[in-house]
Design a protein around this ligand. Sequence first.
Ligand code: GDR
Length: 351
Amino acid sequence: MKKKVFITGVLGQDGANMAEYLINNTDYDIFGMIRRSSNPNFINCKSFLKNSRFKLVYGDLSDSVSIDSLVQEIQPDYFINFGAQSFVGCSWEIPLQTFDTNATGVARCLEAIRKHRPTCRFYSAGSSEEFGDVTYTPQDISHPIRPRSPYGASKAAARHIVKVYRESYNLYAVHGILFNHEGTKRGEEFVTRKITKGVARIKKAIDNNKAFDAIELGNLDSKRDWSDSEDFIDGVWKILNQERPKDYVLSSNETHSIREFIELAFKAAGIQGAWHGKALSEEYSATTEYAIKHDLNSSVLVKINPKFYRPAEVDLLLGNSCPAREELGWSPKTSFENLVNKMVENDLLCS
Ligand code: GDR
């Protein structure tokens, strides 16, 4: 009988990339869970939505009845939980919903598996946000849990409950610690996509001799370890298919600032810029030469808006994914520069 994979969060970046990966690399049947919404966005699923091996099902991580029934009915061989309130910045505004979906939601999944399908392999999407205000660099799987946001705390709680169920009930349940991962399916509120969409908007305006507004961002000082989501999906699948369950870190093992991302993104669109000013007055502007050549009214490309600052920040993330590389034979293929170029090219085409 064909194996069955149940994926939550299938409309999001990672869920859609995982469904696409499994359609292309296995003959398994895929069940993608979506929440009831009057206006669902299927843009990330367009390549497989009509595939005969893919089926959409309704459910909600906050509703144990739905999770329980779905596991009982489908009897999945793999349960991959990418459903989440995944936006750190918003987690201070909706801390309880964040915790309920990201932590209690994981307990609901594990309970359903324990009761109805204990042989099912479970993946919990953990995050480098669990490390928070880091005590050493690079961060590996043994780094202490020191979250700085309700989001980070919710993912840390999920990690604990996965361990408890794995050890108490002998389930194949793993919690992968994934550092930042981006791509052309990335949500527009995350800083990378906000930048690449903004660059494409500004480039289009310049090409059409129109005025444009600068991209407004918050803290430019934080540093992140960015990879391509598609590379991570292969790593997640390898984590799920070991002989024995074990948690791993997935990361690029490089760190870059938001400023570096901005510089590369404008460069990819052929726009030359430079930094001016400090703190809240800092701006990234087109160089004088570029502004004259393109007859720009305003040359400001990026400016600071304090509303995008967070109540507490994770300043530096840099992962150590050597164990995943050595033990799983996994490694990321896309470099930081190629990731930025790919995202900008995609947004230039779509703008
Ligand atoms: P992050 O990603 O919080 O690292 O979590 P995000 O892209 O939201 O922020 C990265 C850094 O950029 C700074 N920043 C801004 N961020 C956003 N979103 N918007 C802005 O305007 C802006 N200006 C500056 C942030 O302060 C932060 O330092 C991501 C998510 O995908 C999580 O779900 C995942 O678990 C972790 O990565 C690993």
